[in-house]
Design a binder for this molecule. Structure first.
Ligand SMILES: Nc1nc2c(ncn2[C@@H]2O[C@H](COP(=O)(O)OP(=O)(O)OP(=O)(O)O)[C@@H](O)[C@H]2O)c(=O)[nH]1
Ligand SMILES: [Mg+2]
Length: 194
């Protein structure tokens, strides 16, 4: 079992950085801007604000590395924020490519998707990228607390087909009440065992 109490911020890479190669075990967190990546990380770490949460979308413009009990958790910058310029989008793509193309030991990608809506075109680009590259990934459906039971069932019925993945890889989650957290932890554990 990973000891999440040992979480600490390690380092951040900005949009012009080349990320150095590293063979440490990593779990990467990806998803559109404002989807709740930092909130999920804080919930995992059981910390209020180790990963910065903001109401301003696109706030995390860097790749942030956290060290947790010898495993690295990577907060990737959010995509799909409409107000971002072309230049920013290019820098974002460069940063992400630099992350995925540096021969890292990425065990699992946790892709966060807002449960309230079907996956966006950008979400599907990410899903297809991960499938093409052969990464193991799970889809965490965030903000579950914002749906009522009927809406929740409706989304859960469609999302597997929309994403083209099995239901065991889809985990509804709420950072408000911690729903889904244990399942996410169990999966991360499986993927980080030697
Ligand atoms: N109700 C509810 N709100 C959430 C949940 N998760 C995140 N939020 C809110 O959504 C907003 C964005 O959350 P962040 O965790 O900062 O999202 P992010 O994906 O890290 O965003 P960027 O770093 O900007 O890409 C904040 O106002 C959070 O409080 C959730 O499960 N339920
Ligand atoms: Mg963030």
């Amino acid at each position: 079992m990973i000891n999440y109490n040992k979480a600490e911020f390690e380092t951040a890479f900005g949009t012009t950085s080349q990320i150095p190669t590293d063979r440490q075990i990593e779990i990467a967190f990806a998803g559109r801007s404002n989807v709740g990546k930092s909130s999920l990380l804080n919930k995992l770490f059981n910390r209020k604000n180790l990963a910065r949460v903001s109401s301003v979308p696109g706030k995390t413009a860097t790749i942030n590395f956290y060290k947790v009990d010898g495993i690295r958790f990577v907060d990737l910058p959010g995509y799909g924020y409409a107000k971002v310029s072309k230049g920013d989008k290019r820098r974002w793509a460069f940063l992400l490519e630099s992350y995925f193309n540096t021969g890292r030991d990425i065990r699992l990608v946790v892709l966060l998707i807002d449960i309230r809506r079907p996956p966006s075109a950008d979400d599907m680009l990410m899903v297809n990228f991960l499938k093409e590259k052969g990464y193991d990934f799970i889809a965490v459906l965030t903000k579950k607390d914002k749906l009522n039971k009927t809406e929740f069932s409706q989304r859960m019925e469609s999302v597997g087909n929309e994403l083209g993945i099995e239901s065991e890889r889809i985990i509804p989650f709420s950072a408000m009440n911690g729903d889904g957290l244990d399942r996410i932890k169990a999966i991360i554990n499986e993927y980080t065992k030697e």
